[in-house]
Design a protein around this ligand. Structure first.
Ligand SMILES: NC(=O)N[C@@H](CC(=O)O)C(=O)O
Ligand SMILES: [Zn+2]
Ligand SMILES: [Zn+2]
Length: 344
């Protein structure tokens, strides 16, 4: 069996920089026409000037003959001036601003300590229709790790939307039934991305037969009831929900460590993983809207015109991939078999 759909976009992607960028970019460009590129580099991409330079590095790393459009983002800080937001909109290539609560996830140390400090930037975004992308977890160490997304809804998201009712917000990589319900019940300016791994796995995957660092990401995988709620949201046809892999490469040695980094590398087989999740739910007919239409519509960008084809044919996932000169990259499902294969 084969399915052909409009070429999809990835609305949440980590491409890193330098050697790592060159290693991972072709995996995404093979499948996706565009991607929203996360700004959590070291140091983070906080200005339009830095975003322009990063965009050029991405385009320079693209292998000859491949086409791919990076949609850039700025990393919101306590000090982002309103003028930088205006410049972002004027640039034409910065499509969103990313909120990382300070300390919430990989490379978020320079993130926001209090949204109250960002009022000028947020008001400008609201006025100009520039979306805020949110890593939606509180950082209070007293809150249980598995409850941090739900706590974020109550303590950050609700007050934010009350203060800026016209702000476009994407609740990134949602992992709970609570977030799915919150987004579904909110106005049309609130959307959400869902990863393939949160559709396919619950938290047992992290502990199957031993600790499995390649299944560790943030927000962490949740219990099965949450996974089921995410699948229902993804296959609902509701345009608020769209594809965002959150593919987040880390060198194998940095994952398989006493304190392993958060992030799953899924870009290699992203569309195969989503096809598997939608197929498992008997909803392959809903894949195209989720992967190729809803995100573009939310961002006010044209839908892609090309097509891709996926086939229900098993394939083996490589044990490791070339990444840095000193270390490899381990894709999710390394050494396992996938039921779907990307044809072209
Ligand atoms: N998802 C992750 O676990 N990690 C991401 C950061 C993020 O998206 O939170 C990364 O940059 O490695
Ligand atoms: Zn995140
Ligand atoms: Zn991410």
């Amino acid at each position: 069996m084969q399915i052909t759909i409009t070429r999809p976009d990835d609305w949440h992607l980590h491409l890193r920089d330098g050697e790592a960028l060159a290693a991972v970019l072709p995996h995404t460009a093979r499948q996706f026409a565009r991607a929203i590129v996360m700004p959590n580099l070291k140091p983070p991409v906080t200005t339009v000037e830095q975003a322009a330079a990063y965009r050029q590095r991405i385009l320079a790393a693209l292998p000859a003959g491949m086409s791919f459009e990076p949609l850039m983002t700025l990393y919101l800080t306590d000090n982002t001036p309103a003028g930088e937001i205006a410049a972002a909109v004027a640039s034409g290539f910065v499509k969103a601003v990313k909120l990382y609560p300070a300390g919430a996830t990989t490379n978020s140390d320079a993130g926001v300590t209090s949204l109250a400090k960002c009022s000028a930037a947020l008001a400008e975004m609201e006025k100009r229709g520039l979306p805020l992308l949110v890593h939606g977890e509180v950082t209070d160490p007293a809150i249980d790790l598995f409850d941090r997304e739900k706590a974020f809804i109550d303590t950050v998201m609700m007050p934010l939307l009350k203060d800026f009712p016209g702000l476009k917000v994407v609740f990134e990589h949602i992992t709970t039934a609570d977030a799915a319900a919150f987004v579904a019940e909110s106005g049309a300016s609130i959307g959400a991305t869902i990863t393939a791994h949160h559709l396919l796995y619950n938290r047992n995957a992290i502990f199957q037969g031993g600790v499995r660092p390649h299944w560790y990401c943030l927000p962490v995988l949740k219990r099965e009831t949450h996974r089921q709620a995410l699948v229902q949201a993804a296959i609902s046809g509701n345009p608020k929900f769209f594809l965002g892999t959150d593919s987040a490469p880390h060198a194998t040695g940095a994952k398989e460590a006493a304190c392993g980094c958060a992030g799953c590398y899924t870009a290699l087989h992203a569309m195969e993983l989503y096809a598997e999740a939608f197929d498992n739910a008997g909803a392959l007919d809903k894949l195209e809207g989720f992967a190729s239409f809803h995100g573009a519509d939310f961002y006010g960008l044209p839908r892609n015109s090309g097509k891709i084809t996926l086939e229900k044919k098993a394939q083996a996932v490589p044990a490791s991939l070339a990444y840095l000169s000193g270390d490899s990259l381990t894709p999710l499902r390394a050494g396992e078999s996938l039921p779907w294969t990307f044809v072209a």
